[in-house]
Design a binder for this molecule. Sequence first.
Ligand SMILES: *Cc1c(COP(=O)(O)O)cnc(C)c1O
Length: 458
Amino acid sequence: MSDNTIPYKIYLNEEEMPKAWYNLRADMKNKPAPLLNPGTGQPLSAEELSPIFCEELVKQELDETTPFIDIPEEIRSFYKMYRPSPLVRAYCLEEKLGTPARIYYKFEGNNTSGSHKLNSAIAQAYYAKKQGLKGVTTETGAGQWGTALSMACSYFDLDCKVYMVKVSYEQKPFRREVMRTYGASVVPSPSDTTEIGKKILAEFPGTTGSLGCAISEAVEVATKNPGYRYVLGSVLNQVLLHQSVIGLETKTALDKYDIHPDVIIGCAGGGSNLGGLIAPFMGEKLRGEADYRIIAVEPASCPSFTRGTFAYDFCDTGMICPLAKMYTLGSSFIPSANHAGGLRFHGMSSTLSQLYHDGYMEAVSVEQTSVFEAATQFARTEGILPAPESSHAIRVAIDEALKCKETGEEKTIVFGLTGTGYFDLVAYQKYNDGEMSDYIPTDEDIAASIAKLPKVNA
Ligand SMILES: *Cc1c(COP(=O)(O)O)cnc(C)c1O
């Protein structure tokens, strides 16, 4: 197909939108390792998970055989409010770079929460409502997940309690107000509303909090209050499942114009957008039907894939959550304070970890100044102000396109543009003022937290 027949934006009509999510694990020969009970070291059963998570979500979490899981009608209706998301041909960026490569990006920032996280938030809220629950609890760091969940809960009339890391609560008042506008209660963590919060406050007065502590508070509140469950916005299999809507739409849009991507690129924090974007393509790869280069991009300051260890570890700093086998830097690893670009989780989805371990995908790490350089170039050519997280993928897409310029190869590159950066302007300000620096952890830094991995015979 000649290029001038491909529109700037490939949209799907409502009939072409996915009716089922795709469960990538069904096509994996080496399944991701199960979540373990940290007390017993045994795989967690549905009964053990159900006081924490909604029943239907526990089923999805543990299901590694059903390839397609129907998207309930109510969720499909909600998706129709802001989906399908456009697959955009980056004609302007290609021209600016002078590359023969064809670049496409799937833009997930077209909703008020500003990221792909709403795709899973609405599903999790739906199952909580269907189970007759009163509400859900969660933690949020930078605030994208809390915002998405607040929107989803207000749609289904559920109570939503968000434990927001105190430093973000104070530094990102606008995110907090968006959540409150959607009816969520937002508590700075650590707080005196939980036992664990009180304990941490007594031990470390004046602490500005951490994601691990906020998780511990949210889980405590969910398990102590009848009618509440805890929900999480990344890392888990159920979240990757819901995010497969990104990849399924992308695949349908590409197929419509007979486009075959050579390279698929996504940023990786806990792995949910990347897992969702690549799902149908990785499925073809696993079944031997097609081949693609798949690249995960992570910050050099938090390099779980490229410098982590493949082992069982806690998902949270508080060490109360289940153990997951994943590429990890150790649950006590904290990216350096000058890190502004998001994607600061110490571990990685166990599904993506297994695929990376088995050689089905690559990973690269990039430094934040080069990420913001790419973000700025993208904003100035394609118009969209990208989230710093998304800009990791932009960086590598540009690098791949520049390689094509050297070799003359007309590769097709697809990347995930996960969100917008309007709430990240403090980070942009640092970059614009020339005050942003890079910090790459030393081998000793990483070895120190790896040394604290839990001992598991698995
Ligand atoms: C949360 C977030 C990410 C990283 O999370 P994943 O689970 O790795 O996808 C990336 N981009 C944006 C905009 C986010 O909000």
